[in-house]
Design a binder for this molecule. Structure first.
Ligand code: PLP
Length: 371
């Protein structure tokens, strides 16, 4: 039986050639060659920001962003409840306290109606996550943030190219953090980038990425990190980036094809695109409501027996054991994020998935439901 993976990276010969050439030029570490600054310049310009700081993962991008924002031990940072643990851990590693904000039922992003009641005197920042490629309503969020003087760090790990009222995610907040992990919209293998319009923040990010070197060399005043991306990874990133419009168009094709085959199945809740949004459908995620007739786990099991890989939604931050043990952490109830964790899954979402495969997956979903 052949397996249909939940995601498969597409690396083409020109991309392999770009990596080889970078290696031949000696761009093997994070301090050599032109590929890193070129990638930073091209990608940040695409987002609409003046500066880009490439790092070795989306997790590192978030961690540097939180530290550069001056978040200190004891501060509170609001985070989307439904997200990858990396979002909350960036806050934890700064000694601060993540505060989960429950999701809303339509886009599955953080519920903006819940933000203001959670703000108190210690709340310094908010990290909205553009989940599965659907943007948060950043115009509304920025309004709330301005009223409460909150720093905004966008987690764009899943939203390269997604827009809110035609403005690209990552360009609204003080900083936008991207991941270039293998399954992301574009990849460098492992990798990430922070984008910003703030020169001081960019300088701080650059310094912290590289052990906070100063003059004289080898005397250090700050506790930095080695979060450098390598030159050949940046070369892969540039080659991938040159195709980003096509990749996003293909991701949208995959989503629209799934929607055309799945839209009439009772109880299967499909991803939405608000009228002000462009959803890049990083993964094609669905929610299995009780009306579907069988549970999410039964559906996953049935699909797996037919060779179709799926993944659950994220375990929400209010339920994370690693966060619950943090002094001062308050696991505010997040009933919607809890429900998404219990009922949500995503289907195979490679951007080159052919229509026949999507049709087959849709038939299998019907079969599993009817048995
Ligand atoms: C929402 C979100 N934030 C952060 C990350 C962390 O990125 P990385 O895997 O590149 O460290 C991921 C992904 O993997 C993610 O999905």
């Amino acid at each position: 039986m052949t397996t249909i993976p939940v995601f498969e990276p597409v690396i083409s010969p020109d991309e392999i050639e770009a990596v080889l050439q970078a290696i031949q030029r000696g761009e093997i570490s994070g301090s050599f060659g032109e590929s890193i600054p070129q990638f930073e310049e091209e990608f940040s310009a695409y987002i609409g920001c003046d500066y880009g700081v490439a790092v070795n993962s989306g997790t590192s991008a978030l961690q540097l962003a939180v530290l550069s924002a001056g978040i200190k031990p004891g501060d509170k940072v609001l985070v989307s409840a439904s997200t990858n643990i990396a979002t909350a851990l960036a806050v934890v590693h700064a000694g601060a306290i993540p505060v989960p904000v429950d999701s809303e039922d339509i886009t599955w992003n953080l519920d903006l109606d819940l933000v203001e009641p959670l703000v108190d005197d210690n709340t310094r920042a908010i990290i909205p996550v553009h989940l599965y490629g659907h943007p948060v309503d950043m115009d509304r969020l920025m309004d709330i943030a301005r009223r409460h003087n909150l720093i905004v760090i966008e987690d764009c790990a899943e939203s390269h190219g997604a827009t809110c009222r035609d403005k690209v995610t990552g360009s609204f907040g003080n900083m936008g953090c991207f991941s270039f992990y293998a399954n992301k919209v574009i990849t460098t293998g492992e990798g990430g980038m922070v984008v910003t319009n703030d020169k001081t923040l960019a300088e701080s990010l650059r310094s912290l990425r590289n052990l906070a070197f100063t003059e004289p060399r080898f005397v250090h005043y700050e506790a930095g990190f080695n979060f450098r991306l390598t030159g050949f990874q940046a070369a892969l990133g540039r080659a991938q980036f040159s195709k980003i419009d096509r990749i996003i168009a293909e991701k949208r094709r995959v989503a629209h094809t799934y929607i055309s085959y799945l839209r009439d199945i009772p109880g299967l809740i499909l991803p939405r695109e608000m009228e002000w949004a462009l959803n890049v459908y990083w993964m094609f995620a669905v929610v299995v409501s009780p009306e579907f007739g069988i549970s999410r786990d039964e559906l996953m099991h049935g699909l797996s027996e037919k060779g179709i890989q799926t993944r659950t939604f994220f375990c929400p931050m209010n339920q994370q054991p690693v966060l619950k043990s943090i002094p001062g952490f308050s696991d505010t109830p997040c009933p919607v994020a809890d429900k998404l964790w219990e009922q949500g899954l995503y289907l195979p979402s490679s951007w080159d998935l052919p229509e026949e495969t999507i049709e087959y997956i849709a038939e299998c979903i019907q079969e599993v439901r009817n048995t």
